[in-house]
Design a protein around this ligand. Sequence first.
Ligand SMILES: Nc1ncnc2c1ncn2[C@@H]1O[C@H](COP(=O)(O)OP(=O)(O)OP(=O)(O)O)[C@@H](O)[C@H]1O
Ligand SMILES: [Mg+2]
Length: 315
Amino acid sequence: MNQAIVNISGLRKVYNGKTPVTAVDGIDLNVAPGLIYGLLGPNGAGKTTTISIATTRAIPTAGSVRIDGIDVVAHPAVARRSIGVVPQYNTLDRSCTVTENIYFHCLFFGMNATQAKVRTAQLLEQFRLSDRAAMYPQALSGGLAQRLQIARAIAHHPKVLFLDEPSAGLDPQSRIAMWEAVQALRAEGITVVLTTHYMEEADELCDRLAIIDHGKILVEDTPAVLKASIGGDKIFELRMGDSDTVQLQSRLRELSGVNVVEPIGGGLRVLAKAQDGVLASVVTTASQYGLRDVVTTEPSLETVFIRLTGRDLRE
Ligand SMILES: Nc1ncnc2c1ncn2[C@@H]1O[C@H](COP(=O)(O)OP(=O)(O)OP(=O)(O)O)[C@@H](O)[C@H]1O
Ligand SMILES: [Mg+2]
């Protein structure tokens, strides 16, 4: 994909300590311009490391990252003009006001005082921070601080904005406000790459995403295609207690509409087509084998992750 605005190729990062840690283990990724792109994965998956390399904060052990065609290792200063970053942890300058946090960023990226003033005023307005302009970051709520971080990160008109765990620690309302701010950036034409370990966030917000675990991409696609890939649009979890399910499994597999039957702790998971009567026939059959309870759900990115790794995203 040569029109990719973010191109990651053969990326590896090994942290050399007493016991070396392979944080990124061969990642290839292309992000088309104008998307909200997600890196979804559990703690320690390598999301921050990938973002740190892409934003010139860490040097890869192998492989390359190109932003709008510019190699970030070979030309970090040039690349940084195209990149905005909101790191995982608050990096606002506590000794500067809300206004100054944006204004000095503008100066740092080469604007003159007048340009910086105009841009700062415009961003304060856009991110509804004008009435907090004279406050210091400590006085802002988590949601407002996050908004200020995003405003500052795009002040120099980057082509790509990297957001590392943008909703970590935000209350639900601030999280939705943040999603809206990110969608507004996409409408402005900014490509957004974000990391998250919230599947709902990845599902709601991202046009495409890569699920990452142990430094590797497991799958990459749109949320809809990933959810459809698990082999059914209904999931029934049958709680079977200590019952032997070997015979039940083969009987369930013969039922019309049932695609997959697999053992899980304390029972079976059945993936089925959403068609009339499937649940009834599954329950009727399982009842003959000691069914205790049934939980029905629909595929989520969480289910995709569990099916790929056998683990829960939240551990
Ligand atoms: N500076 C470092 N030195 C040594 N090991 C590190 C360093 N930074 C990260 N690691 C290790 O690399 C792996 C990937 O970490 P990374 O922070 O990239 O994961 P993450 O997906 O961002 O996780 P989280 O969801 O917790 O933010 C982890 O095993 C982590 O302990
Ligand atoms: Mg991280």
